[in-house]
Design a protein around this ligand. Structure first.
Ligand SMILES: [Mg+2]
Ligand SMILES: [Zn+2]
Length: 174
C-alpha cells in the first residue's frame, strides 16, 4: 500500500488562538478559530492527510480532563466540517514535563504513532507549528518543518520554512 503524505498541525496558535501564558483552552467557550484556518485545511485535504498533534499539559496539571479536551475536539471538527475542512486524526499528549513521556513535543512520539497508524510517509510530510518544540519534533520525525511566527523566532529555530500566516503556508507546500 502506498504511503500517504500528511500535514501535522499543532493546535494552539495554529488552528485556534492561544490561551494566555500559563493558561489553557479548557472548554469550547474559550476556543476561537484563527483567520483562514478553515479554508487552508480544506485546501490541504485535497493532497494530504491532516493530523493534529497537540500538547495539553493542563490535563496533567488537573486544570481540565482528557474528556474536556475530547469534547473541544468534537466541537472543533463539527465546525470545521461546515467549511468542508476535515481533520483526519488528532493526537494529544496529556502529560506533564516531569513525566518524561515519548509523546510530549519536542519528542516525536505522536508523529511516529500517527505514521504507524495511518501509514504516513514522514519524509514527504510537513509539521507546522508556532513553537520551537513543534519544529524540533518535526525534525526528529524526519518531516519538513514550517514555523508560523515572526522572523526572530525563525532565526533561532531554523525551520525549513517560516510563514507569517496559515495562508502563507500554502506557498511552501507542494
Ligand atoms: Mg502552539
Ligand atoms: Zn505525553
Amino acid at each position: 500500500m502506498t504511503k500517504k503524505r500528511a500535514i501535522f498541525l499543532d493546535r494552539d496558535g495554529v488552528i485556534n488562538k492561544k490561551a494566555k501564558e500559563h493558561d489553557y483552552i479548557k472548554n469550547w467557550g474559550e476556543f476561537e478559530f484563527l483567520p483562514h484556518i478553515k479554508d487552508v485545511i480544506s485546501q490541504l485535504n485535497k493532497k494530504f492527510l491532516v493530523v493534529v498533534v497537540s500538547n495539553q499539559r493542563g490535563v496533567s496539571r488537573g486544570l481540565m480532563t482528557l474528556n474536556d479536551v475530547h469534547s473541544i475536539h468534537v466541537n472543533m471538527q463539527t465546525e470545521l466540517k461546515k467549511s468542508n475542512a476535515i481533520i483526519d486524526s488528532i493526537y494529544v499528549c496529556p502529560h506533564g514535563i516531569k513525566e518524561k513521556c515519548a509523546c510530549r513535543k519536542p519528542e516525536p512520539g505522536m508523529i511516529f504513532q500517527a505514521a504507524r497508524e495511518l501509514n504516513i510517509d514522514l519524509s514527504n510530510s510537513y509539521m507546522i507549528g508556532d513553537s520551537l518544540t513543534d519544529i524540533e519534533a518535526g525534525k526528529k520525525a524526519g518531516c519538513k518543518t514550517i514555523l508560523l511566527a515572526d522572523a526572530n523566532l525563525a532565526r533561532e529555530t531554523k525551520p525549513d520554512f517560516a510563514a507569517r500566516s496559515m495562508l502563507d503556508v500554502l506557498h511552501f507546500i507542494n
